[in-house]
Write a protein that binds this ligand. Structure first.
Ligand SMILES: [Zn+2]
Length: 350
């Protein structure tokens, strides 16, 4: 094992800036797992910043990874905008009703001040506590989920929005909706920057080729991702990531035009080809199979990490993580295995 010369913050910061860290940074997307391990309930953690922060801090201390990703659920903004959400014991809350029954309801959308929302306050206060307790040693990513396309999908309902796109009868209102959602997302990102988090993210789960065509991605998702990336990285001034669920191979060339700082890569995606089109400009974050992290043995996870390193050449612009949010029952030993591989395999030995 090589002697470590950087802490988790420095290591991650270096990788995102395309400098050479002392080893590959590891940041699991494990807020739900941390909450399950903490013994607190999901609902209480999502409404009590001290409990949420404690859960995330305890998991980081136990498994010694380089950064904390605060983002236990993807329903936070749609709930703030009025969608009904159901809370579950060991899983993140889900959206069960949509506020835009008719596309014409888009005309009734009002500007929102997110600072008044209890759940948003919980994430921001928890971020502050984590930053205070970790004293600059651990990299903190706080999610600003969801991005424009996915938030619009949750407000309208996925089937309805798909119909709106395919019928194309009221494109103006669809674009107005996407613009509205993007502003809400950017407002959240600005609040995350204001409390001092080191990076933020856009989960744009629904805009991949599994749900819409590459042409639709270019028309309805990419332009809003480009606006969000530019404003968040340049005007607000915080590193920014985009995550798209599923296989994204068909949109790699266009996705690479988004201007984000890094991408969280789904395990289904061909990371080799994405690495080629993003190398030197967009760092990659991923992309172990989340199911394997629940079910496989640590030796298998270590092997998967080594194979991933062989493909991406992780000497810079790369952070080892999962391909999507980890489930609450992810095995501790498997995250320890990820950290161990990173510690044991400095670049010179790969
Ligand atoms: Zn995903």
């Amino acid at each position: 094992m090589m002697k470590e010369t950087m802490n988790g913050f420095e290591r991650t910061d270096a990788a995102l800036k395309w400098k050479i860290p002392d080893r590959v940074p590891v940041i699991p997307q494990n807020s739900d797992m941390a909450i399950c391990l903490s013994g607190y309930g999901m609902y209480e953690c999502l409404h009590d910043p001290k409990k949420l922060a404690n859960a995330l801090l305890q998991a980081q201390e136990q498994m010694d990874y380089d950064g904390i990703m605060l983002g236990p659920d993807a329903a936070i903004l749609s709930e703030a905008l009025g969608c009904e959400v159901v809370y579950r014991e060991n899983n993140p809350p889900v959206v069960v009703s949509h506020i835009l029954e008719n596309l014409s309801d888009v005309d009734k959308l009002q500007p929102i001040d997110l600072s008044k929302n209890k759940r948003i306050q919980t994430w921001l206060e928890a971020s502050k506590i984590i930053l205070e307790k970790t004293k600059g040693k651990v990299f903190l990513i706080c999610r600003a989920d969801q991005g424009a396309f996915s938030l619009a999908t949750l407000l309208r309902g996925s089937q309805q929005l798909m119909l709106d796109l395919v019928m194309g009868e009221d494109k103006e209102r669809v674009l107005t909706l996407l613009k509205y959602c993007n502003e809400v997302h950017i407002q959240f990102a600005a609040m995350i920057k204001s409390v001092g988090a080191h990076a933020t993210t856009c989960g744009d789960a629904y805009c991949g080729p599994g749900l819409i065509s590459p042409d639709m991605y270019k028309e309805y998702a990419l332009p809003f991702q480009q606006i969000a990336s530019k404003r968040i990285t340049q005007e607000i001034g915080i590193p920014y990531s985009i995550h798209i669920c599923g296989t994204t191979d068909l949109i790699h060339e266009s996705w690479a035009q988004s201007g984000a700082t890094f991408f969280e890569i789904d395990h289904c995606t061909n990371i080799k080809s994405l690495r080629e089109v993003t190398y030197g400009k967009i760092a990659l974050f991923g992309n172990l199979n989340t199911s394997s992290l629940c079910l496989s043995e640590p030796a298998e996870v270590q092997q998967a990490c080594r194979e991933l390193f062989d493909i991406v050449n992780p000497s810079t612009g790369f952070i080892l993580s999962s391909g999507c949010s980890m489930a609450g029952n992810t095995k501790i030993e498997n995250i320890l295995a990820m950290v161990e591989v990173s510690k044991k395999y400095p670049y010179s030995k790969i």
